[in-house]
Ligand binder design. Structure first.
Ligand code: HPA
Length: 271
């Protein structure tokens, strides 16, 4: 990745009409409905954006959408890139750097995740308060990283406290269950074994998924305040493990998404 590539990507998007977005949003698996709430949308397909990772079959519908939500200018990633598709850490986080250079001051992230904390139920939402990187690498482990920011990025409070507080307050007011917990990221795409779920729980995680952490690391590199919400799509009880059904995961995510949209919209209004 070079600054010149970033400049070219950003120039392409500005020409398309991506005019100084204030807030970036990443939508996770099964969580595309928020895109319908965007007013005056301008759409850029990932395949057409210079230097964006080349979309895989699964991702042919990936889009970057610019527009307004609650009268704020937003840029929304409908579909993200994952390590399990064969991309590298820098590829999957490139869009975060692009959104930052477009001008966003806040980033809202969502994902689908499995609940390893068995007090949580599928269909519930979890606000990520901290994470554990189990992906075996870092998006900041490259030669010229210092040209883009600090190499040794502090991760004491990777998730923005003020935005978290707003989300918790909104959830209380609107009677939406919003757990708080630790998210562990794995590469995937295979799900975890029973022994792995036990390990992940022992390590101190409440949920596990295949995304988000690299994006959060890069956002911290860019000093970009972020929040992230997991939609819990399955219960990972090693003593009673059900075979995973991807279609069911997507359905549960879609059913729970309106709650997440409500929270994100309230937050956007207050930013
Ligand atoms: N493990 C990893 N990723 C996931 C899961 C899971 O159980 N559920 C949804 N995404």
């Amino acid at each position: 990745m070079t600054q010149q590539q970033l400049d070219e990507t950003v120039e392409y998007l500005i020409k398309k009409g991506f005019d100084k977005p204030e807030i970036g949003i990443v939508l996770g698996t099964g969580l595309g409905q928020l895109a319908d709430a965007i007013e005056n949308p301008v759409v850029a397909h990932y395949n057409h954006i210079p230097y964006f990772p080349l979309a895989t079959v699964e991702f042919h519908s990936g889009k970057l959408i610019y527009g307004e939500i609650e009268d704020k200018k937003v840029v929304v990633m409908q579909g993200r890139f994952h390590l399990y598709e064969g991309y590298g850490f820098q590829d999957i986080t490139y869009p975060i750097r692009v959104m930052k250079q477009l001008g966003i001051g806040h980033l809202l992230i969502s994902n689908a995740a499995g609940a390893v904390n068995l007090d949580f139920s599928k269909g519930d939402l979890m606000l990520i308060e901290d994470h554990i990187n189990l992906q075996g690498g870092s998006p900041l482990a490259f030669k010229n990283v210092a040209e883009f920011g600090d190499r040794f990025v502090d991760m004491k409070e990777p998730y923005d406290v003020d935005m978290r507080e707003i989300l918790l307050e909104t959830a209380r007011k609107e009677q939406i269950t919003l757990h708080e917990g630790v998210y562990a990221s794995v590469v995937g795409p295979q799900l975890e074994t029973r022994a792995e779920y036990r390990m992940i729980k022992t390590l101190g995680a409440d949920a596990v998924g295949m995304s988000t952490v690299p994006e959060v690391i890069v956002a911290n590199h860019l000093r970009l305040p972020i929040v992230a919400i997991s939609v819990l799509t399955d219960e990972c009880d090693p003593d009673n493990l059900q075979a995973i059904d991807i279609q069911e995961i997507i359905e549960i995510a879609q059913k729970a998404e309106p709650k997440m949209i409500q929270l994100f919209k309230s937050l956007i209004k207050r930013l």
